[in-house]
Design a protein around this ligand. Structure first.
Ligand code: ASP
Ligand code: MG
Length: 428
């Protein structure tokens, strides 16, 4: 059994879906579970629909109509006799309409999940019907019968025991070799839909791979694999051939966006290899992530960039030295406000810390700190956190040209720099 994951970009339009079908055709006859995201930017679009609904905006019917038409158009372009597929989509449209006919209830995260989840239901319905029309026999699975979560809407927590049992049952009962299902979604014990957090389809695929003891998980992307730096900021980015789970985790933790940070753990636990590979060049090897006994000789110098950082300085109101006790209070306030310290340093009178720019969390955190008799200072501007691994001096120099350094930390073979002024080299 293998698990494949195709993201939004790989199913963004009829041509892209045809391309996915060409890839899948080569795997006919093998046991394959395929996890698919919503088409293109559909999830963002559904967030707008959701907003329009809860804010009772007049444009809701227009937005919703455009959303339906767009999906129907794809079906009509792809499938010669589209009636069956269109009827299957209509079921989801009707469910949405039924919701919109009611006054929005107060539980907004719940509503969010019921609306935003439709993107994956539609994309998988379209792909599954198209494949069948092309003679690529497959079965559409509702992921709600597989991935079981608690009731934390917008960030469903997986109930592993129930999920493993359900996935095994559903997949064993399937008569088809190829199964098509949704990423990003799960179901509560009451069978309401939950989402697992934005960009969560990678995680969904890892959950399936884990529960099915898959031979391998392939995440198909529009890049050749994991690159040694974001091509928008570094010239001549190259593909990394192999990474350990921990190296890959470290990269995602410090801001690499290629795979969702939650993806690695379920795979690592069962030593299931993950290949991040290009759907544009499906026969080329991508980046292979797994355990390696030997030292990873294949590792090029790597730079990971986390943008939109704030540099917060915290000191005592009474001007005294900052103690360990102070740090424990401050860390506790960070924890309670779910703010993560990305990089920090303590001086005699200050704790300086780089954090993600998140306006709502920030206001509350700053208020709490002031109430606990701390002064907070937010030097102007946005900062970038650069993380270097397997680096050499030239590589660092080359990528920090014209930047101004504010904080520097080296831990083992990893170097962190908090800078301002990093330049975009290529828009995209
Ligand atoms: N469609 C969802 C999102 O855009 C999940 C995913 O693509 O991974 O966040
Ligand atoms: Mg996506």
């Amino acid at each position: 059994m293998q698990v494949f994951k195709f993201g939004g970009a790989s199913v963004k339009d009829p041509q892209a879906i045809q391309h996915v079908a060409n890839i899948l055709k080569e795997y006919q006859g093998e046991k394959l579970l395929v996890v698919i995201s919503a088409m293109g930017k559909v999830t963002n679009q559904l967030e707008e629909v959701y907003k329009a609904y809860i804010e009772k905006k007049d444009e809701l019917p227009t937005l919703f109509k455009a959303f339906q038409d767009q999906h129907i158009k794809v079906v009509e372009e792809l499938i010669k006799k589209p009636d069956e597929a269109k009827a299957a989509l209509q079921v989801f449209f009707d469910q949405m309409q039924e919701l919109f006919d009611q006054e929005p209830v107060q539980n907004h995260p719940f509503i969010y999940d019921q609306i935003v989840s439709v993107g994956e239901m539609l994309s998988t319905t379209i792909v599954s019907h198209y494949l069948n029309a092309q003679g690529i026999q497959n079965q559409w699975l509702s992921v709600k019968s597989c991935i079981k979560t608690d009731n934390t809407y917008r960030e469903g927590m997986v109930n592993w025991e129930k999920t493993e049992q359900s996935i095994k049952e559903v997949v064993n009962a399937s008569e088809s070799q190829m199964m098509i299902t949704q990423g990003f979604l799960g179901a509560t014990p009451e069978n309401f839909t939950t989402t697992l957090g934005r960009e969560g389809s990678d995680y969904s695929a890892a959950i399936f791979a884990h529960c099915l003891d898959a031979m391998k998980l392939s995440i198909w992307k529009d890049v050749p694999g994991i690159l040694n730096g974001d091509p928008r900021f570094i010239k001549d980015a190259i593909k990394i051939n192999q990474l350990t789970y921990l190296e890959a985790n470290e990269m995602t933790y410090y801001g690499a966006k290629v795979i969702h940070p939650k993806t690695m753990r379920p795979l690592r636990e069962k030593n299931i290899p993950l290949e991040v590979r290009s759907f544009k060049e499906p026969h080329k090897a991508g980046t292979l992530i797994r355990h390696f006994k030997e030292k990873n000789e294949a590792l090029p110098p790597i730079i990971v960039i986390k943008r939109n950082q704030l540099f917060l300085h915290i000191s005592r109101k009474d001007g005294r030295l900052l103690t360990e006790k102070d740090l424990s209070v401050i860390y506790d306030l960070f924890d309670r406000n779910l703010v993560v310290s990305n990089l920090s340093a303590k001086t005699a009178y200050q704790w300086q810390v780089a954090i993600d720019l998140q306006v709502f969390k920030m206001e509350k955190l700053l208020k709490d700190l002031r109430e606990h008799a701390y002064l907070t200072e937010l030097p102007k501007g946005s900062y970038q956190l650069l993380t270097f691994k397997n680096y050499n001096v030239d590589f660092v120099a080359q990528h920090t040209q014209n930047t101004q350094l504010f904080l520097k930390q080296q831990t083992g073979d990893v170097l962190h720099l908090l800078v301002q002024g990093l330049q975009v080299v290529k828009e995209g």
